[in-house]
Design a protein around this ligand. Structure first.
Ligand code: PLP
Length: 397
């Protein structure tokens, strides 16, 4: 029997792995309440029609061949122009690479940065793709723990304590998936200072920067011109088209990252290009009507408020209020609970409610969490929290 390489055993992605169990249960006729996947299109959100039209037109106009490996000119120009108007003044179109979602931007960047054995500092809890790619590269993902008692904030001392001789980069996900925490200027400055002091690259994942409930987003790149910063963003979330696979990376202070940009270019050349027709939606997305975002946030605010209230109303469950995105990361404090994966699996088997276990995102040792995606309508969320409440009440059942 053929065997995969050892490093692939560490490539894990809990969000999809856990969904396999729900699919199995659904095939047996069980009704599943999906609160596990960050795809707005699975619920009552739709891609803005003007963007759909642009892509349909691109298809009809014959834009069906390969695009340049770094992306079509109009898209790179739009990303740079949008960055410039938001205070990221040093980004030029040639510093932007259009990719197959932010996922591929992360892949290209980590591949261009890390030797086997190098270390990358990742928020814990955090988005598991970073860990998966680090594993694939035989690099080491080193978690820095976010501080749940203070709104899942970054503790700069804890972060700095994790820097070692092989550390190359630190990832800041702002707002964060899975906690929904939003980091303000002081926090971003503190992370940048650690990076500056230790010569690290900052990978700033800003995919949720427009999905905010109250406060403003601070792009990391507006706060330092002397730190190598690579910014990630894309259309998936704010423009409601995750299946199109449109994302990008931008070198914020390009003079500091020329060699890395060259490596990204070589990697991008080797994979030919990101999906081409959909790249025509980048300019109209960034510079066209934005009404759908306010409309989505109105609905999401009600769903977030309901989620926080209902979770905090269950004895043994507590939840920090998310400030951005559509995720919450409640804590479980239940007698005898050994594994949140076990909790989540039992919950879906017994009640049909599907969350993702905290372990899949990383968490402080000895603590247990699960991630709630609060994209579903309030009626579905209410039913899910009713069932969760009953399940927890009967714990250990
Ligand atoms: N980064 C974060 C923090 C995410 O939550 C996600 C998707 O959920 C991604 C990147 C990947 O996004 P994309 O659809 O652009 O590949």
């Amino acid at each position: 029997m053929l065997q995969p390489p050892r490093r692939i055993a560490n490539v894990k992605y809990a969000i999809r792995n856990i969904a396999a169990e729900a699919t199995r249960l659904e095939a047996q006729g069980k009704r599943i309440l999906y609160c596990n996947v960050g795809d707005p299109l699975k619920f009552d959100f739709a891609t803005p029609p003007h963007l759909v039209e642009v892509v349909v037109k691109a298809l009809h106009d014959g834009h069906n061949g390969y695009a340049p490996s770094a992306g079509i000119k109009a898209a790179r120009e739009a990303v740079a122009k949008d960055a410039n108007r938001r205070g990221l003044s040093r980004i030029r179109p040639e510093d932007v690479f259009i990719t197959a979602g932010v996922s591929e931007a992360i892949d290209l960047t980590l591949t261009a940065l890390l030797e086997p054995g190098d270390e990358v500092l990742l928020p814990s809890p955090g988005y598991p793709l970073y860990n998966a790619i680090a594993a694939r590269l035989d690099a080491k993902a080193v978690p820095y723990q976010l501080d749940e008692a203070h709104g899942w904030s970054v503790d700069a001392k804890e972060l700095e304590s994790k820097v070692g001789p092989r550390t190359r980069a630190v990832v800041l996900c702002n707002p964060n998936n899975p906690t929904g925490a939003l980091y303000g200027k002081q926090t971003v400055l503190a992370v940048l200072e650690v990076a500056r002091k230790h010569g690290l690259a900052v990978l700033s994942d800003e995919i949720y920067d427009k999905l905010l409930y109250d406060d403003q987003h601070v792009p990391s790149g507006t706060l330092a011109d002397d730190v190598p910063i690579i910014m990630f963003n894309g259309l998936s979330k704010a423009y409601l088209c995750p299946g199109w696979r449109v994302g990008w990376l931008a070198f914020v202070n390009p003079a500091l990252t020329r060699e890395i940009a060259g490596a990204v270019q070589r990697l991008a050349d080797a994979r030919l290009c990101g999906p081409a027709p959909v790249q025509h939606a980048v300019e109209p997305a960034l510079f066209g009507p934005q009404d759908h975002i306010a409309e989505a946030m109105k609905r999401l605010r009600a769903r977030r408020d309901l989620t926080v209230k209902r979770l905090n109303g269950i004895k043994g469950v507590s939840c920090v209020e998310p400030k951005g995105a559509f995720y919450a990361m409640p804590k479980l404090e239940l007698p005898g609970l050994k594994s949140d994966e076990d909790f989540v699996l039992r919950l879906v088997r017994e009640t049909g409610v599907l969350f993702v276990h905290g372990e899949g995102f990383g968490q402080r040792e000895g603590t247990h969490h699960f991630r709630v995606v609060f994209l579903p309508p309030e009626k579905v969320l209410s039913e899910a929290f009713d069932r969760l409440g009953e399940f927890v009440k009967s714990w250990p059942g």
